[in-house]
Design a protein around this ligand. Sequence first.
Ligand code: SAH
Ligand code: SF4
Ligand code: F3S
Length: 439
Amino acid sequence: MLDKLLYIETFGCQMNVNDSERIVTMLSDLGYAPTNDPSAADMILLNTCTVRGGAEEKVYKRLANLRIYKRDGKSQIIGVGGCVAQQEGEELLKKFPYLDLVFGTHNLHLLPDMVNGALRGERRSETTFIDNDMRLDLFPTIKGESRLSRFVTVMQGCDNFCSYCIVPYVRGREISRRSKDILSEVSQLADEGVREVVLLGQNVNSYGLKTENEPAFAELIRLVSEISGIDRIRFTTSHPKDMSDALIACFGDIPKLCGQIHLPAQSGSDAVLKLMKRGYNRDSYLDKVRRLKSVRPDIAVTGDIIVGFPGESEADFEQTLTLLEEVRYIDLFSFVYSARPGTSAAELEEYLTRAQKIARLDRLMELQKRITREISQTYIGTLQKVLVEGEGKRPAQLSGKADNGRIVNFAGDSNLIGSFADVRIIQAYPNSFLGESLK
Ligand code: SAH
Ligand code: SF4
Ligand code: F3S
């Protein structure tokens, strides 16, 4: 019986969103039902992110606020999981006396036991990495609400150690999930009515490379594409250095693989890319984008850029601006560099002021806004196949995604939900299209 309430707040990336879904599923076995109201909750959990200093500060502010929910005499449990938990561990219990639980990124499975302990008044921190085969059995299989599109984890962790990035330290070593587990999860999702899967990992295209008897990522996509009922496949995130010829070819000959790729460049300058330890240069990055576009001319490319990396000169920054012009991303996620504890770039001297970094970010975003607008305009009048996922924000409007990942809203009957609709695009907004149904 679900007689207690769980409030969970999730920060950071899709890995955390997935982990939170798994936590909700696990804790329902202990009688917790989800709530959106922290003041009504018997347990409050924060699933945290520390990828930039700002993300970490947000968690501390929220944690400080949570004190008000700890009611005397009641057994309300407050816990912190995710990447800040992994980074700080027991320190968090010391800093926040009203905190009961700290669980790291490899320790979700311990949560039921930790919660039972907390109900008896125990305070506990668990942040040990599991870097052996046992981890293969701990991949999240999510029994979430039924949806048309679902994420499926194919690998976890990262061994790339880009010089600025804390992820390898808080998510641990890279490990590829067994392909048979992935395929059986996808088949099960298909049976539940899921039509689209997004294969998920920090660096999906290195899937299987370090594991014997497992296919490489391109082969995995082919195997997933053979599962009937699944009509669309996407994946995220790719590292440009691991974008193999075989994977590029998939975009040409697997119709179920959607024409969308998130391929973070981080910088357009060879000098900066070297300092970032990214393992590719501007030319090889651009070459991969060109080859992707040659096999799938309508592919929508998105990316990540860091501005103000230590040592980034004005000329380096301009190289990033011209990279944007050459790639022509449909969308870009751009960040001001933030030094992270324990990373090698944190040792580098920074010369730019915060204001100078922000000024660069503004210039970059201004340019991207124009590119996004120009690309979006080219879709006006085109016909898009939309997987209708639900009601739109406006009355009598439906919402879904085009093959390239863009959200398309259009007027239509709700019995179209769950099917594909042919939609003509009539207007382009910064993050979505407005269309009209041809059915
Ligand atoms: N695995 C993914 C990215 C994970 S982090 C990949 O390799 O692409 C998401 C993004 O946050 C990164 O692509 C990068 O652009 C940004 N990021 C990571 N560390 C950062 C830092 N220290 N400062 C600013 N941005 C950072
Ligand atoms: Fe971080 Fe680089 Fe790994 Fe991405 S590939 S998670 S940026 S270390
Ligand atoms: Fe943040 Fe951890 Fe994801 S640091 S970006 S939640 S892997």
